[in-house]
Write a protein that binds this ligand. Sequence first.
Ligand SMILES: Cc1ncc(COP(=O)(O)O)c(C=O)c1O
Length: 236
Amino acid sequence: MSHVLHRNLNQKYPTAVKGDGPYIVDREGRRYLDASGGAAVSCLGHSDEAVAQAIKDQVSQLAYAHTSFFTSDPMEQLADFLIERAPAGLDAVYFVSGGSEAVEAALKLARQYFVEIGQPQRKHLIARRQSYHGNTLGALATGGNAWRRQQFEPLLINVSHVSPCYAYRDQQPDETPEAMGIRLAAELEAEILRLGAENVMAFVAEPVVGATLGASPRYRATSDASARSVIATACC
Ligand SMILES: Cc1ncc(COP(=O)(O)O)c(C=O)c1O
C-alpha cells in the first residue's frame, strides 16, 4: 500500500522510472510521449545530458545558500540572461520555486509598492474569468476558474473577474479581432472605474492562456480579416 497522498485516491498510477527526451518511461517499459512537457515545465526534455551534468556540477559545488544572506554566480547569470531578453523596463528578477509562489510574490510586491509610495488604499485586484494562476490561496483567488474556487470561496480575497480573451467562444460573428480586443479593454477599464482607479492595485492576466482553456484557437489580428491566421495554443 502506498503512503503517498496521491492526487486521485481511486487511481493506480504507473511508476515513472526514467526520462528520455520527450518520453517518460514506466517500470514496465511503457513509453509516454510527454507532449505538454509535464505541466509545461519540462520544456528542455527529460534527462537531457547537458542539463543533468549542469545540475550535478552545481550540487557538487554548492546545493543551497539562503537568499537572505547570499547571492551566487548561477543566480546572477540567470538573472542577466533573462533580463537581456525581457521587455524594456524590466531590469530585475525575483526567484521563486514555482508558478503559485510567483503569483503570491507578485501580489505582495504590488501591495508593498503602493504602501511604500503612500497609496495604501490600493488593494483591489482584477483578473479574468476562467484563468488559472495557481493553487495557493492568493493565486486561487486571483484565478477565475469557478470549479477550482468553489469550495474555498469563503477563504479567498475579493477579486473582480472580467471576460477572458477567448475568441473561440466570445468573438461575435461580425466582430473583428481588433474590435473584440477593444471591447475587452473597455470592459477592463469600466471595472477599474467602477472600483475607483485610485483603489486598484493590479490587473493579472495570462498572456498565453494556460491550464484552464486546454487547446484554445485564437485569431491573430491582421489588417485583412479574411486572412486571419489561427494560432492554436495547446496548454497543459
Ligand atoms: C498561468 C499559470 N500560473 C500559475 C500556475 C501555477 O504554477 P505552479 O503549479 O508551479 O504552482 C500555473 C500552473 O499550471 C499556470 O498555468
